[in-house]
Design a protein around this ligand. Structure first.
Ligand SMILES: NC(=O)c1ccc[n+]([C@@H]2O[C@H](COP(=O)([O-])OP(=O)(O)OC[C@H]3O[C@@H](n4cnc5c(N)ncnc54)[C@H](OP(=O)(O)O)[C@@H]3O)[C@@H](O)[C@H]2O)c1
Length: 267
């Protein structure tokens, strides 16, 4: 496993398991994205409401990376016209297609069938290679599938040893849908947990690196965000160690449905 390792989507395409989150990457988004690509990051996650799409596009151009060598994830908002928004966001990014477009969160009125139909159209027209959802429960995903027959390739949700769901993982496996972990570092809120610290010390790694590795070894993707160059480098340095079965069992056992945002939207 390395930073180029990909996970299979049910469409036959593949998505890097590891990447960079860009929420609050406001200091110098373009510089951080270019530095991340230089370090070997191959997936960038953004959204219009992070305000980082223009900076992400600029960082990509600055890096000189080939289009086929990186994977771009962005999202439509629940009030958007999904098809038109996809076109507009590609304009902000300066790209002719995304790799993955997500519905950022379900609208309060239901699963968002219209949004989903808009993304299906965007995919059919080549504006994005794949489509998925974020912050969706299994029930809401079922309702999208019932309405359209289209299964999301990815559900991007808050996911860490401290907050995850075996039911959601089972459901995702049944549907061949990939879970992409956001806030995989608990926004730094649980990095000083003593049990996590013990496992990290045993491997000569940091707690953040253990949290990322836990995801990768379970076949779930992760998009940690880092402004600091030292964090950026540390988070991709997770491919030279392996958590044992006992470590993984202990990490799984830390689950208390913790959410750094307040509530797990799917549990
Ligand atoms: N779909 C959604 O609704 C949704 C919601 C939330 C997040 N997301 C996505 O997921 C990404 C990641 O989530 P997040 O930004 O909420 O939180 P996160 O990645 O869990 O944590 C980011 C925080 O951890 C710090 N950090 C990074 N690497 C570290 C390290 N090695 N050691 C110690 N601290 C470290 C960062 O500090 P510095 O920045 O100072 O380096 C930052 O304060 C977002 O950026 C966004 O792309 C999506």
């Amino acid at each position: 496993m390395d930073a180029n390792t990909t996970l299979p989507l049910h469409t036959g395409n593949r998505m890097p398991a590891f990447g960079l989150g860009t929420w609050q990457l406001t200091d110098d988004t373009a510089g951080t994205v270019a530095a991340a690509l230089e370090l070997g990051y191959r997936l960038i996650d953004t959204a219009v409401d992070y305000g980082t799409q223009p900076g992400v596009g600029e960082g990509i151009r600055r890096s000189g990376i080939e289009r086929s060598d990186f994977y771009l994830v962005t999202k439509v908002e629940e009030t958007d016209d999904a098809y038109e928004a996809t076109r507009a966001y590609l304009g902000e990014l300066g790209l002719d297609h995304a790799d993955l477009m997500l519905i950022h969160r379900p609208p309060s009125s239901g699963p968002g069938e219209e949004l989903w139909r808009g993304l299906i159209r965007a995919k059919e027209e080549g504006l994005t290679r794949d489509i998925g959802v974020s912050n969706y429960s299994t029930d809401l995903i079922d309702r999208l599938i019932e309405a359209t027959g289209e299964v999301p390739t990815v559900n991007q949700i808050e996911w860490s040893p401290f907050g995850h769901s075996d039911d959601m993982l089972r459901y995702a496996n049944e549907k061949r849908m990939i879970i992409q972990a956001y806030s995989p570092l608990t926004r730094g809120k649980r990095l000083d947990d003593a049990r996590l610290g013990e496992i990290a010390a045993k491997h000569g790694k940091s707690p953040a690196q253990v949290l990322i590795r836990w995801n990768l070894q379970r076949g779930t993707a992760a998009v940690p965000k880092a402004n600091l160059p030292a964090h950026l480098a540390e988070n991709i340095d997770v491919f030279d160690f392996e958590l044992g079965e006992d470590d993984m069992a202990r990490l799984n056992g830390l689950n208390e449905r913790f959410s750094s945002l307040g509530k797990l939207p799917y549990a």
